[in-house]
Write a protein that binds this ligand. Sequence first.
Ligand code: H2U
Ligand code: ZN
Length: 344
Amino acid sequence: MFDLTEHPHRRYNPLTREWVLVSPHRTKRPWQGQVEKLPPETRLQYDPKCYLCPGNERAGGHHNPAYAQTFVFENDFAALLPATTAGEAQPHDLLKAEAVSGICRVICFSPRHDLTVAEMETADLRAVVDTWAEQYQELNATPGIAYVEIFENRGAMMGCSNPHPHCQIWASSLLPNEIEKEQAAQEDYFRAHGRTLLGDYLEHELKSGERLVCANGHFAALVPWWAVWPFETMVISRRHVTGLDDLTADERDGLADILKRLTTRYDNLFEISFPYSGGFHQRPSGPRNEAWHLHMHFYPPLLRSATVRKFLVGYEMLAMPQRDITPEWAAARLRELSERHFRA
Ligand code: H2U
Ligand code: ZN
C-alpha cells in the first residue's frame, strides 16, 4: 500500500506545474528536538549606525525623516531604473535580451530598530498592511509597470543587510518568471472551473486540516502540499481577492493578525528570529485578471535547528528539488507551537 508518510514519491505543484521529490523514509528517526541556543541577539531600539533608523543618513547623503510608523523611500541602489533605454537585442536565434525598467523602494515597518514582524503589535502591523496596499495600488497603476513584487528578506542567512524591520518593492516593466508560471496555471484553472485554483485548494486544506498551521476569519496559513523548503508556508485569503487593494478593513486586520501569529510560531520553533524570504503574489497591472488569488509565500531555509539549514544543491540544482520531512509533519510541528513569542 502506497503510504505518503513512508514511501519516496513526487508531489505536484499546481501553481508552478513543477514537481518536488519527497523522501520521508529518511526521517523515520524521531525528531531530535535539539535547540542549539545562539547567543541572545542584543539590539538597540535606535542604532545610530543604521541606515533605516529615523533621522539617520543613507547612501548618497539622503536623510530619513523622524518617522513614527512606516516609512517608504526609493532604493538608493535600485536594481531597476525608471528611465532605462528601451530596446531588444538578438545576436542569434538562441540569444535574446530585452530592456527592463522599473521602480525599487524600501519600506521600514517601524521606527524601532530592534523589532521584527513577530514582535510588533498587531495594530502596527495593520499600518504595514495599509502601506503595502497603498504602494501596490500606486505602482500597479503606474504607466510602464507590469508587476509589483513586495518581499521581505529576514535575517542575515537570507542575505538581509540590516535587522531593522523592512521590506523591498521591485516594480518591473515585465512579468517575473514565478508570476508568469503562476498566472498561466491560475488562468487555465479559472477558465476550466470558474473558480480560483487557490480558492479550491484552500477549501480542501481547511476541511482536511492536515497541513494547516493557523487561521482566522479572513486568512489561513498552511504548509503547502508541494512545499520545497522544510517549513515553507503560504498565507491565502479565504475570500477570492485578486490583490491587496481588494481587501476590506476587516481583512487587512485579518492579514496583520495571521502574520503576527505565523511569524511568532516561526520564531518559537528554534527560539531565534526565524530567517525567511517571504512576499506577496497578486494581480499584475492592466485589465483586472480575476484568475489571480492573493497569497503570500514564506521560504525559510532552516531545517533542524537554529544553525542547520537546507541548501538547494546537488540533485536539486541538477535534477529537481527534494525534501525529507513531509509537509504534514512540518505543519504539525508549527501547529503545536505557542502563539506567545518566546521573548515576550
Ligand atoms: P535588504 O536588507 O533586503 O538587502 O534590503 C535593504 C535595501 O536597502 C537594499 O536593497 C537598500 C539596499 O539597496 N539601501 C538603500 O537604499 N540605502 C542605503 O543607504 C543602504 C541600503
Ligand atoms: Zn535601525
